[in-house]
Design a protein around this ligand. Structure first.
Ligand SMILES: Cc1cc2nc3c(=O)[nH]c(=O)nc-3n(C[C@H](O)[C@H](O)[C@H](O)COP(=O)(O)OP(=O)(O)OC[C@H]3O[C@@H](n4cnc5c(N)ncnc54)[C@H](O)[C@@H]3O)c2cc1C
Length: 396
């Protein structure tokens, strides 16, 4: 067992270069992206200016993340923390979505080669359609229906907050084939954007934070897809894999949660550094007692953020070693965003009215951070997972 939290010199060097670029190039564009609810028009060219690879799919070896001794799971944490230390808009523009991860988790080999491989090879973009007007957390409540009609499945329902769905090549839609049969009847369907009946109701929903991150509202109106578009099925509609659509959804979400905690750590650290510099510039106007309070608060908050980072690194270290622990992973996701949100709020408070002004990005980061406590599993749901991990089903 090792208790070392040291990153390799290679990873430190990579993360430092990424962070410096994110602050110098990405951060100045953050306010505009937030106000316009959209990433900058020339976002792709801006991302190309990064001096280190960003790991974008479809770019081949040129943009592949460097191999580091720490392993890919730890590298992902350093990546998410350093990039979002600059601001969140770049992260929202980088990804290819997560719909294809469901294909990877539960598709047949033919489906993987048809719908997953092009994402890695060509960088096509995919959407993930799970959330509906009456639920998000409890995946067993899916009400969108899938009715068999000859050689097709016909989908009907409404989906909310589907990341990038308005621009994705296809969206993986979760629907029930039999509402009376419970979670086992939930299946996942690949729905290309051009399919008749796949209607984008609103391209980007208006949100408190992460505003430039496109989340679309969809309506499925007698939307017919061939039998082979149901994941896990062969071309004749026979079930070839055993995992339910719900299992595929959860598999796609699980591995990403520590990365969301790392984003929260990056935002909290950025806020602390900005607040610290601002407060230092005002120090001589403060009484000794007021300055002592500031120092104590900053010290307490830095320790809290460091605890969030340690939990998240511990969770991914276990994944790296091949012994993942869902409870520890949930602890990081439950703790880091909520703590970061409190830290940023406190930083704003320490700066008085300037803390909430648009001259600084603290109020934006606070709004962005709140979202991290909601998507990819809310804080309450993570605490439920922790309780179940510790107490079994007695936890409810
Ligand atoms: C930027 C962004 C991107 C998103 N991207 C996607 C996407 O790509 N695809 C997609 O499908 N969705 C996406 N979402 C939606 C997101 O996943 C949901 O908002 C989230 O799962 C919570 O669901 P909900 O909002 O429906 O809340 P609900 O599930 O209705 O929950 C409401 C409240 O009740 C609490 N609660 C629920 N069940 C329990 C319980 N058993 N015990 C205790 N408390 C409980 C929750 O914690 C929450 O506080 C995105 C959201 C945002 C903001």
């Amino acid at each position: 067992m090792t208790l070392s939290m040291e990153l390799s010199p290679e990873l430190v060097d990579y993360a430092t270069q990424l962070e410096e670029w994110a602050v110098a190039v990405g951060r100045p564009l953050a306010r505009d992206a937030d106000t316009r609810h959209a990433r900058p028009d020339d976002w792709s060219r801006i991302l190309d200016s990064c001096p280190v690879p960003l790991g974008r799919a479809g770019r081949g070896a040129d943009d592949a993340l460097p191999e580091v001794p720490d392993g890919k799971w730890i590298q992902a944490l350093a990546f998410h923390e350093s990039l979002n230390y600059g601001d969140t808009w770049m992260f929202g523009s980088l990804g290819n979505g997560i719909g294809h991860l469901v294909v990877e988790a539960m598709g047949t080999p033919e489906q993987v080669s048809r719908w997953y491989d092009p994402v890695v090879r060509d960088g096509i973009c995919t959407g993930f359609g799970l959330t509906e007007p009456q639920f998000g957390s409890d995946t067993s409540l899916v009400a969108t229906s899938a009715r068999r009609d000859g050689a097709c499945w016909v989908l009907n329902g409404v989906k909310l907050y589907c990341s990038q769905a308005a621009i994705a090549d296809y969206t993986t839609i979760f629907a029930t084939t039999d509402p009376s049969a419970g979670p086992e009847a939930i299946a996942a369907f690949v729905v290309p954007r051009s399919t008749p009946g796949f209607v984008i109701v609103k391209e980007n929903e208006e949100k408190l934070g992460m505003r430039s991150w496109m989340t679309s509202q969809l309506s499925l109106e007698d939307c017919a897809v061939p039998l082979e578009n149901m994941l896990g099925c062969s071309a004749d509609g026979q079930l070839a894999t055993r995992r339910s659509g719900r299992g595929g959804a959860l598999a796609a979400l699980n591995n990403n949660r520590p990365n969301m905690a790392a984003i929260a750590v990056g935002l909290a650290r950025a806020s602390l550094d900005v607040a610290h510099d601002e407060l230092l510039s005002r120090r001589f106007g403060f009484t000794t007692q007021r300055w002592a309070t500031v120092e104590q608060e900053i010290a307490t908050m830095r320790a809290a953020v460091d605890r969030g980072r340690r939990m998240t690194y511990r969770a991914q270290d276990l994944v790296q070693r091949g012994t993942p622990d869902r409870t520890i992973s949930a602890m990081g996701k439950a703790y880091a965003p909520e703590t970061a949100e409190r830290v940023i709020r406190r930083c704003m408070q320490l700066l008085g009215p300037d803390g909430s002004s648009h001259d600084l990005l603290l109020e934006k980061w606070w709004r962005d951070c709140k979202i991290l406590d909601i998507f990819e599993g809310t804080g309450q749901i993570q605490r439920l997972l922790i309780a179940r991990g510790l107490m079994g089903k007695a936890a409810g």
